[in-house]
Design a protein around this ligand. Structure first.
Ligand SMILES: Cc1cc2nc3c(=O)[nH]c(=O)nc-3n(C[C@H](O)[C@H](O)[C@H](O)COP(=O)(O)OP(=O)(O)OC[C@H]3O[C@@H](n4cnc5c(N)ncnc54)[C@H](O)[C@@H]3O)c2cc1C
Length: 390
């Protein structure tokens, strides 16, 4: 006979957000069950590839800055509890034309919140950051309050701490169905187990639109493919051994990269978004993905596209020595979806992180735990209300 379980809170999906939520709940003494279809830290969702950028002067909008600040504090708490280094401070360099979103957006956020930053001419960037081949007239915005979060390590640490604090963790098991209910929502697992809880936190990443098609209201969520490439450094010592993470607005896309995380051997880059109306034929990045099938594996065309971008770096090979495909889950406005929906009672949702959510996971996990426990949170997540598209 199928097993039946009762608990206070179920967390469905132990990726970036769910792992942090489960840890916060368990740490606060809440009876919680975490369900993950694969293994924590796996490479089939949105949280693999060894590194994620965290920046404070947020080019996507000054309104995000209070949440980034909360995330910095929450990452420190996780590092302390895990006795592990999960965030590496490197500073960040935003590059582009003076009127590009990377430059204007980060300056606007820095000014609005009084954040320390420096605006650098092309000559100053070339002098201070010789790893970048800057074009005449390009501008750099540097801030120290930025760095790299280690995604797989942070997920594994949070799940391990959650289990140590008493959470029941079920891996290799999917939530096949979630039935909303204001008092006792239910989760049916792929092995036939039925779990009744007081609240269900749903952090299913790219699978959220399949599991709960109504989560984002009429606008829906779009799952897209992205490709990361690791380029071998060609100089010794490598100019990429240290230095800031970066994002760069080019002619047809916004791309980003990291200093070497492997002692100077490779540099990782990726494309965040295409620039609209640039005359490029068809979408080069961002093809739709069915998460169960997974993103199409990287191919030679991906290698060539990434190689063309890497020409903007000095001291790296022409083509990536390895690549990985990953999924973005986009909301209609590219702001996140966090909170509760009146037509999905008993559920707390977080998804649609639109390719820039990892840095916030520590604070989002705390907000989700608050919402599951108390129905409200003091963390600044109001702008992510799942009803805003209705
Ligand atoms: C290539 C790439 C680069 C990025 N770079 C950055 C960056 O530099 N900085 C930044 O801040 N953000 C970045 N992001 C975005 C960030 O990584 C994502 O926003 C974040 O990882 C999303 O977290 P999530 O918890 O929603 O999804 P995930 O981490 O994918 O977690 C969802 C989890 O739910 C599980 N799951 C799904 N359905 C079920 C089910 N039915 N039952 C059980 N388990 C289920 C999945 O297996 C998965 O483990 C990047 C994303 C990509 C793809």
């Amino acid at each position: 006979m199928a097993e039946r379980t009762e608990t206070d809170t179920v967390v469905v999906g132990l990726g970036a957000m769910g792992a942090q939520a489960l840890w916060r709940l368990a740490r606060d003494g809440v009876d919680a069950v975490g369900v993950e279809q694969f293994t924590p830290g796996h490479d089939r969702g949105s949280s693999h590839g060894e590194s994620r950028i965290i920046r404070t002067a947020y080019m996507e909008g000054a309104a995000y800055v209070p949440l980034v600040r909360a995330a910095w504090r929450a990452w420190s708490e996780l590092e302390e509890d895990a006795a592990a280094r999960l965030v590496v401070r490197t500073g960040a360099l935003m590059l582009g034309a003076p009127d590009s979103p990377a430059v204007t957006g980060s300056i606007a956020a820095a000014r609005h919140h009084g954040l320390a930053h420096e605006v650098l001419s092309d000559a100053r960037v070339a002098e201070r950051f010789p790893q970048h081949a800057v074009r005449p007239g390009e501008v750099g915005v540097f801030e120290e309050e930025a760095g790299v979060v280690l995604p797989e390590a942070a997920i594994r640490a949070a799940v391990r701490l959650a289990a140590a604090a008493g959470a029941r963790v079920r891996t290799g098991t999917a939530a096949a169905r979630i039935d909303p209910d204001p008092d006792r929502p239910r989760v049916l697992l792929s092995d036939g187990t039925r779990i009744r809880a007081r609240r269900v936190v749903v952090t299913a990443g790219a699978w959220l639109p399949k599991l709960l098609p109504r989560a984002a209201g009429p606008g829906g969520l779009a799952v897209q493919r992205r490709v990361l490439g690791w380029f071998r450094t060609t100089r010794n010592p490598s100019p990429h051994a240290n230095g800031p993470v970066f994002a760069r607005d080019g002619a047809d896309c916004t791309w980003y990269g990291f200093p070497s995380m492997d002692g100077g051997r490779t540099v990782k880059i990726g494309v965040h978004a295409e620039v609209a109306g640039n005359g490029v034929e068809g979408a080069q990045w961002g093809e739709p993905v069915d998460p169960d099938a997974g993103p199409r594996p990287p191919d030679d065309a991906d290698a060539r596209r990434l190689g063309a971008l890497a020409a903007g770096l000095r001291g790296v090979g022409e083509l990536p020595e390895r690549m990985a495909a990953c999924m973005y889950t986009m909301t209609p406005d590219e702001d996140f979806l966090i909170g509760q929906r009146r037509d999905l009672p008993g559920l707390v949702l977080a998804g649609g992180f639109s390719g820039h959510g990892y840095k916030f996971a520590s604070a989002v996990g705390a907000a989700l735990a608050d919402l599951a426990r108390h129905g409200r949170t003091d963390l600044p997540i109001g702008m992510f209300d799942p009803h805003r598209w209705d």
